[in-house]
Structures are given as C-alpha cells and as structure tokens.
Design a protein around this ligand. Sequence first.
Ligand code: ATP
Ligand code: MG
Length: 494
Amino acid sequence: MAEGPNRTNCNFAWLRSKKVRGPQMLSVIATMVVTLAFLALSTYLFHSDLRPGGIVLIVLLVTLMWGLAFVRDRSEPEQLVAQNARPPSGKLLEQSHKMEAIGRLAGGVAHDFNNLLAVIIGYSDLLLESLGSSDRNRAKVERIKQAANSAASLTRQLLTFSRQQVIQPVVLDINQTVSSTEKMLRRLIKENIEFTVVLDHNLDRVKADPGQIEQIILNLVVNARDAMPNGGKLRIQTGNMLLEKDVAQAGAVVPSGRFVLLEVTDTGTGMDEQTQTHIFEPFFTTKAVGEGTGLGLATVYAIVKQSTGHIEVQSTLGQGSSFKVYLPAAAQAAADHESGKGTAKAAFSGETVLVVEDARPLRDLICEALSTSGCTVLSARDGQEALRIVSQRKSAIDLLLTDVVMPGMNGPALAKQVRALCPQTKILYMTGYSGEFIRADMLIAGVSLIQKPFTPADLGRKISKMLADKSRENSEAAPNTSAAPKAAAARTSG
Ligand SMILES: Nc1ncnc2c1ncn2[C@@H]1O[C@H](COP(=O)(O)OP(=O)(O)OP(=O)(O)O)[C@@H](O)[C@H]1O
Ligand SMILES: [Mg+2]
C-alpha cells in the first residue's frame, strides 16, 4: 500500500489510456482490412473481363481514402483540443465524482456512526467522573475516550471536505482560537521543535465556524510537525491583509478586500513541485500506511473555500514550507459570544427536558446524564410518542431535545407540532451532518442544534445556556402584560 503518492490517480490514468487506445487500434485494423480487400478485388477485376467494374471500384477506393483522410484532418484538431482539455476536466470530474461518492458514503454512515460514538464518548465520560483520580482503570477509560474522539474527528473531516458538516459561523477573533488551541498544540509537538505564536492584536474579525478554524490550525500544525522529524522551527502568525484588486486563483476569482491572514510556517522537509500540485487532493499522502489519510489539507481547502477565503503554499525542498490562509474580514467589529463553550459543569433544578431519540443506547445515555445533573427527564423513541407525552402533560416542557432523522416523523416536523402545543418550549436538534434537513433559516430564536457526537458535559452546557436565555426572556417580558409577541430576535439561540 505504501508505494508512494497518488496511487489512485496512477491507476485511473492507466485505465483511461487503455480505454482510449482500444477503439483506436480496432478502427485502424478494420480500415486496413477493408482497404486490402478493396485493393485485391479491384486488381482482380482490372485484369479480368470486368475491367470497367474494376475502374469504378478503384475510383470508389480513391474517393473513400480521400474521404477518410478529410474526416481525419477535420477530427484531428478537435481531438488535440480534447486531449489538451482532458487532463483538467477529466481530473476535475474524477475529483468531483470522488468527493460526491465520499460525501454520500460519509453522510450515509455519519448518522449511525455518530450515535455510536456519542454513546462511547458519553459513557466513558460518566465512568471517568465516577472513578477516583488514582483509580487504576482511569487510564484505560481515557484511552477508550481518546480513540472515540479520534474516530469522531475522522468522521468530521470526511463530512467537512464533502461539505456535509453542519457549520455554525459566528463572528470570531482568530487570535482567540489560536490561543485556546495553543496548549493542545504544544502537547502534540515534540520538544525538539521550537514553537512560536505571533499574534496581531489589532486583528480584524472573521465570520467562520470556530470548530472549523481549529481544524485548519490543527491540520497545518500536525503537518508541520510531521515534516520536522528531527526538530526545527514552527511559527503561527496572524495579521490583517488588504487585497487591492481581484485575483484569479485556481479557476476562481478572489475578490479584493480586507482579509485576515493565518500563517503556519515550518523549517521542515519542504515539498517538491510535483508534491505541491497534489497536496489538496483528498487521500493524497506521502506518509506511510496508518500515518496519514491524506484528508488533512483537503479538509483545510474545503473549509477555506466554504468561508470564501483562499490559501497559498510556499515550499522549498529541504528548507521548509509556509501555508497562508486568507479569510475575508467580517464587517461586524465585535466577536460573537461563543456559545456553549467552557468547562463548567451544568447544574439544573428540575427543568423539564423531553428527549426524543430512536437509538436506544444514546437515548439512555442522554437521559441518565441529564437526570444526574438535575433535569426532570421525559423520553420518547419517536415523534408520535413525544406528541402523546406533550399533549397529556399538564405542566410545560422547557426544552425538546430531538434527533433530526427518525423513522416516521422527523425532528423539524415534531418541533413544529410541539411548538403549536407549547409555544415556550425551546428546541434543540441533535444532528450529525448537514444532509439532515436542518437549514439555517430553521435556526430561529429558541431553536438551536448540537452536533453529534457530543459529550454529556457539552450537552449540559448547551441546554443550560438555552434555558438561561429563556428565563432572561421571560423576566424581560414579565412587566409587559400585553399579549403581543416580542419582536423576533434575529439571532440563533444557544
Ligand atoms: N508542512 C508540510 N511540509 C512538508 N510536506 C507537507 C506539509 N504539509 C503537507 N505536506 C505534504 O502533503 C501531503 C498531504 O497532507 P495532508 O495533510 O492532506 O495529509 P496527511 O498529512 O498525509 O494525512 P492526514 O492529514 O490525513 O493525517 C502530506 O502527506 C505531505 O506529503
Ligand atoms: Mg495532514
């Protein structure tokens, strides 16, 4: 398997060349056979009593040859154009088919896979909470959790570059994202690498998904680390850039304007030109089997394009590489409050949460985690059962936590009916990928989503934040006794 880079493309090229050559050879042989047959027949006729017939046949043969030559002449330039055009268009087509197929595959498995990972991660977390710090089984449970987290990040990568990941862009300060990941990055890097972070403190904000920016930083830093097995220097730098006029890049135009630059530079092995032309292709890797999937830079590229930014690479073999990511500066000056982040554990005082999830292990885990943190938990395995609970219940349900894809009624349809019965209920969707029918316009006030797989702690914090918003809204609304609905807040809750 480790024969080197781009194995797949080499194989496809071979198949393609065979396909082109086959019919060509056949037509050449057929033409030769027909020509020889004509020649033999006309020569025979010419020397026999049927000379006029022979002359006619020779004339026919000459006309046929001339006709063939004419058709060939006409088709030749076209063929050349087609051949010249084939590498990019064929490659792009192949690439987009590959992406499509991977996207379908990733989307298909993401739902069930994320449910399973949520169960593994969730129970590991609950177990870790119950184990004392000196318990000898602690390290083993931590290993289980780490492995599940790696699997989750792999699914995320697949979903990201096939553009199926649910993204929640906010106005954010990239410096903050760099700072919050710095500690984790230092743990990934060996001591023989000198790591520096240079932040521009007047940095413009960008509109992006914080998780995706972390993914960019992580992928670039891990690549830089891997390129310096014997040590070296690694630098992350941020800055503001002004692009004065539009620039054409890779068939697209990068419009002029203000950009935020995130640069990761290393003094590692560098790359030759051949490698540089392939690095953004999914599954292109020069690493040994098991050491790289070749998805890192494909993911970075997909995120950058999704954020209408661009990426540049400068690399010299033996000297090092620099990856520059440019993201458009956001007009809004202040960074949005990053929701649901933090480490504090949520505590509840009997708020009612209705959990609707058809995967039983996940439902059980969520119910256990929420009731341990003090929620009153009701649970249903599908939309019908949930509606029965809501309609029979005398007191309000504070929050509906529902899966999106379920047999029978899906999450959004259920949420609509619950809201009709109980308008104050907050809605929190649990989702694994963007194919799950959650559109941005569904995320109105009081509706939010959490991405699977999540930890019980993440879920607790998210619910706690949504319920806090709810009680704030209620107290703001309290002095006003009018039944007029409050102006719809144009923000996404949570
Ligand atoms: N900083 C770098 N220095 C030298 N080569 C690099 C650097 N970054 C990327 N590359 C080259 O680009 C290839 C593709 O990188 P990419 O991140 O997409 O995949 P990977 O690192 O091989 O695997 P994965 O990131 O999926 O674990 C790498 O295998 C390596 O050859
Ligand atoms: Mg990588």
